[in-house]
Ligand binder design. Structure first.
Ligand SMILES: C[S@@+](CC[C@H](N)C(=O)[O-])C[C@H]1O[C@@H](n2cnc3c(N)ncnc32)[C@H](O)[C@@H]1O
Length: 328
């Protein structure tokens, strides 16, 4: 199955590509956004992805657009450094479409899906500790915290206890082994429409790929890389991500009630707004959700860079979790 780009028309409208622009697609995936941007205006697109498989899907774009397209393997948390290596000017636009692609979900051997049996992996970049490393070695409390905070799973404690018991007999190696263990832990499907392991899988995927950390770094990197009037467009699929993006734009545009959440004490003398926001959140319409169920939980937020310097303020994560490097 291929990947259907989410809110594609809205992304183009918010990025407003025009002749001579240098745009960065920080989540190249199947190249859905990149292809449309290149067709929309005589611009240049830098396509970033941390998944080596995604980068193999760019051949037709290179053939059609030549040096208007540059592929950059890496993480969007580093996007300013990646862009600096290939573009002499700052960027006119950055788009991030978070999470995983349908290509990744559908490929059993990537280990993202509880519907397909494969190795319990879930690493987008195929490097670092994988999901099995976490499930087999995290202590019960950390495991429960990961599942609760990133999956918003109310049964997290019960699931963690059960996984820690089960791994003593047989360490977890496959996706279906984990899906079955979670289902047993919560006492079966009990008439639920979604699989009982949905939230646990989401939480592990987000943890293994440090997705919230990457988002925090990516927002700040885009703030540094964009030129004045450049646009930043973010599509999220998770309430924690949307909250981070919303807070970022509210803080950076000086709209946070009572001043910046991070710098209330310097409200009067704090940094000048580095973004201006035009619209509130954009959600997909019912027609899009009917044809692409993946779009259901998506939210788009955007901002336009002012000419003030990037803030020297890191973004606080909304969760407190063990360090991924502990599992390396
Ligand atoms: C939802 S898909 C993007 C789909 C794309 N917009 C399209 O229309 O085809 C997300 C992609 O971003 C990549 N990705 C996720 N987080 C990343 C990160 N921090 N750095 C670089 N790539 C990332 C994933 O590997 C995946 O290929």
């Amino acid at each position: 199955m291929s990947h259907i780009p989410v809110m594609l028309d809205h992304v183009v409208e918010h990025l407003a590509p025009s002749e001579g622009n240098v745009l960065l697609d920080g989540t190249f995936g199947g190249g859905g956004y990149t292809r449309r941007l290149l067709a929309e205006a005589n611009c240049r697109v830098l396509g970033v992805d941390r998944d080596p498989d995604a980068l193999k899907r760019a051949d037709d774009i290179v053939a059609s657009y030549g040096d208007r397209f540059t592929l950059l393997p890496g993480c969007f948390g580093d996007l300013d450094r990646l862009a600096l290596g290939v573009s002499e000017t700052k960027l006119d636009g950055v788009v991030l479409d978070l999470g995983v692609s349908s290509f990744q979900l559908d490929q059993a051997d990537r280990g993202f899906s509880f519907m397909r049996d494969g190795p319990l992996d879930m690493r987008m970049s195929r490097t670092g500790p994988n999901a099995a490393d976490i499930v087999n070695s995290a202590d019960e409390r950390d495991l429960a915290d990961i599942i609760f905070q990133l999956g918003e799973e109310r049964e997290s404690r019960r699931i963690a206890r059960s996984l820690v018991q089960a791994r003593k007999a047989t360490p977890f190696e496959t996706t279906l082994q984990l899906a079955d263990a979670v289902e047993n832990a919560v006492g079966g499907r009990r008439g639920k429409k979604t699989h009982p392991a949905t939230k646990t899988f989401q939480a592990l995927r987000m943890f293994v790929n440090d997705e919230l950390g990457e988002l925090a770094r990516g927002l700040c990197a885009a703030e540094r890389a964009l030129k004045a009037s450049g646009r930043l467009v973010i599509v999220t699929f998770h309430s924690l991500e949307d909250r981070m993006v919303k807070t970022f734009f509210a803080d950076r545009s000086g709209k946070t009630e009572g001043g910046s959440r991070f710098m209330p004490q310097v409200e009067q003398t704090g940094p000048a707004p580095s973004f201006e926001t035009l619209r509130r959140v954009t959600a997909p319409d019912t027609a899009e959700i009917a044809t692409n169920v993946r779009a259901r939980s998506s939210r788009l937020r955007s901002g336009i860079r002012t000419d003030s310097p990037a803030w020297d303020v890191e973004i606080e994560l909304p969760v407190n979790l063990p360090d991924l490097t502990e599992f390396a």
